[in-house]
Design a protein around this ligand. Structure first.
Ligand code: DGL
Length: 257
């Protein structure tokens, strides 16, 4: 097969990256995508840095061995832990990561406080700390580690009482803070955007990094001359370390949220 018509590899600790995949298939409808979710080992955001690095490198090596032409690490946690190592290991391969959308939120004209929701590991890592520090003179950037939230999404608690209870407790300390933007800094969270809006309880803009990542993927494929030359629609294939999750992947891919 011509290199240009090979699939794009996609990776997340589990189901979350499907929120990014949707933005990518909408922008690049002629591309094939091969999505691997490591639901056996999710959540990554509460593991050690070394473990997340090892799991991520192993997963990306697996996708590359299947002949993908580019890779999207559709996981903020895995990106912060391993993107530099991955790029060093595979210098010829376009590798696109995702990071919390702090920049557009902090630079929005009416933005003074930005609440960043992400996994504990993402927030603890250097990459995020530098990002938050870079915009602290433009907005009050509040970092909120959301232990357990990705796991609830992985278990299918989208808009139920379990999710409402979790979010109400999480947002309790912010009841009297003015917050203009919430940044969804984990790719699992867009699936519970409505529950986040409802339980936050006050009008707030909610932003995630999916569209920015899709645009970045398109730019990198263009620059490398790797855009698909096909005239027909591309295909999506889901793989998961828990094969019974594949049906769930399709359900989320087609879900309205
Ligand atoms: N979806 C991932 C992220 O964007 C991580 C979720 C997890 O496995 O903890 O950070």
């Amino acid at each position: 097969m011509d290199t240009q018509n090979r699939p794009i590899g996609f990776f997340d600790s589990g189901l979350g990256g499907i929120s990014v995949l949707r933005a990518c298939t909408a922008l690049l409808p002629r591309e094939d995508f091969l999505y691997f979710g490591d639901s056996v080992n999710a959540p990554y955001g509460e593991k050690s840095l070394e473990t997340v690095r090892d799991l991520t490198i192993q997963a990306i090596d697996g996708l590359i061995a299947q002949g993908v032409k580019a890779v999207v690490v559709a996981c903020n946690t895995a990106t912060s832990a391993a993107i530099t190592l991955l790029r060093d290991k595979h210098p010829q391969m376009p590798i696109i990561g995702i990071e919390p959308a702090v920049k557009p939120a902090a630079q929005a004209h009416n933005s003074s406080s930005v609440l960043v929701m992400a996994t504990p590991l993402t927030i603890q890592e250097d990459k995020y700390q530098k990002l938050a520090a870079a915009f602290c003179d433009q907005a009050n950037v509040i970092s909120l580690p959301c232990k357990g939230l990705a796991e609830l999404v992985e278990q299918g608690h989208m808009e139920d009482e379990v999710m409402d209870d979790y979010l109400q407790t999480l947002f309790l300390p912010f009841r009297h803070c003015s917050v203009e933007y919430i940044v969804l800094g984990c790719t699992h969270y867009p699936f519970v955007r409505s529950a986040i809006r409802k339980n936050f309880g006050r009008p707030v803009e909610i932003i995630d990094g999916s569209d920015g990542t899709a645009r970045q993927l398109k730019r990198q494929l263009e620059n490398a001359g790797l855009l698909s030359q096909r005239e027909t629609p591309g295909q999506v294939t889901f793989l998961n370390s828990r094969p019974e999750m594949v049906a769930k992947c399709w359900e989320l891919y087609n879900l309205e949220y």
